[in-house]
Design a protein around this ligand. Structure first.
Ligand code: PEP
Ligand code: MN
Length: 337
């Protein structure tokens, strides 16, 4: 249920309604919009005494949310969510590009790629310290040492960092270093991990599961938000189909559909979505044209030497060219970069 309050509800009045919802056995989620405040009452709706809420003078209306995802849905919050990361805002008019290697490999690699990413206009630095590899024999990432190198690169360039957390136990450690915690495609339905990142106060970049439907993707975001963390960025990164000419099939259809269904910012990762560096450029442009709020691009100083995903990584020259070419596309759809 959503409880819409009358315009100019005071903090005290908001709290009174939230407390009442809590006493009924549901969890109140307050969303303060520019015009009005709405409160989502999440949990067993049969416990909700609608008449009692309607009787409160500050309550304008009580409405059911028809969708299975509640806090995530546009019904709950009509305005698009803007997530602040340092001086950067995702979900605003500006297209935000996150760039960096698949895996953190060395200080030299991280500092050089971070400088190149910043120079080309990236606003966040990516890099995996804990890597979910298909084979247990592949490079698994540098762990905490990798997080330290990311922090060093942030210090040098000022770029906030986004990095993956794979287990519940690692959440406090990764949250200590990262500005944004990434949940990878393989963990997209690891509900305990989703709940764990829902309890922290840092933005979460949630990748779509390899075979997640729209509903499953949004329900994963709902798990995070239901624990109180409303700073969720959705990331389309390709899904598994019968096509083998690309690593995954980048589902561009989902961008405008997500924009209709949810208020959360949506970004696209065309590196994993294609698995081919030669088509990252056109698919990045297509993503922006389709309404994405940003991109996550794998960039490596020397892709031929990369420990993972070299075949889908751009080198700094290719990345700088992409950033230049994205500008007119962003402008054409009323955005800036
Ligand atoms: C990554 O970003 O390096 C990664 C492993 O992504 P995904 O979870 O989308 O495969
Ligand atoms: Mn990768």
């Amino acid at each position: 249920m959503i409880i819409v309050l009358k315009a100019k509800a005071t903090d005290k009045e908001i709290k009174e309604v939230a407390d009442k919802i809590e006493r009924m056995g549901l969890k109140p989620h307050v969303s303060k919009g520019v015009e009005r405040t709405i409160i989502g009452a999440i949990g067993d709706e049969s416990l909700l005494k609608e008449d009692q809420l309607k009787a409160m003078p500050i309550v304008e209306k009580v409405m059911p949310i028809m969708k299975p995802y509640k806090l995530v849905s546009r019904e709950f919050k009509n305005e698009g969510t803007v997530i602040k990361i340092g001086n950067t805002k995702i979900g605003s008019k500006e297209i935000i590009v996150m760039a960096g290697p698949c895996a953190v490999e060395s200080e030299e690699q991280m500092i050089s790629v971070a400088k190149a990413a910043k120079k080309a206009g990236a606003k966040l630095l990516r890099g995996g310290a804990f890597k979910p590899r298909t084979s247990p024999y592949s490079f698994q990432g540098m762990g905490e040492e990798g997080l330290q190198l990311l922090a060093k690169a942030r210090k040098v360039t000022g770029l906030p960092i986004v990095t993956e957390v794979m287990t519940i136990e690692d959440v406090p450690l990764v949250a200590d270093y990262a500005d944004v915690l990434q949940i990878g495609t393989r963990n997209a339905q690891n509900y305990n991990l989703l709940r764990a990142v829902g309890k922290i106060n840092k933005p979460v970049l949630l990748k779509r599961g390899l075979a997640s439907t729209l509903k499953e993707f949004l329900m994963a975001a709902e798990y995070i938000m239901s624990e109180g963390n409303h700073k969720v960025i959705l990331c389309e990164r390709g899904i598994r189909t019968f096509c083998t000419y690309t690593r995954n099939t980048l589902d561009l259809n989902i961008i405008p559909v997500l924009k209709k269904e949810t208020h959360l910012p949506v970004i696209v990762d065309p590196s994993h979505g294609t698995g081919r560096y030669d088509i990252v450029n056109p698919m990045s442009k297509a993503s922006i044209a389709a309404g994405a709020d940003g991109l996550m691009i794998e960039v490596h100083p020397n892709p031929q030497e990369a420990t993972s995903d070299g075949d889908q990584s751009l080198n700094p020259v290719q990345f700088a060219k992409l950033m230049r070419e994205l500008k007119p596309v962003a402008k054409a759809v009323g955005r800036k970069l």
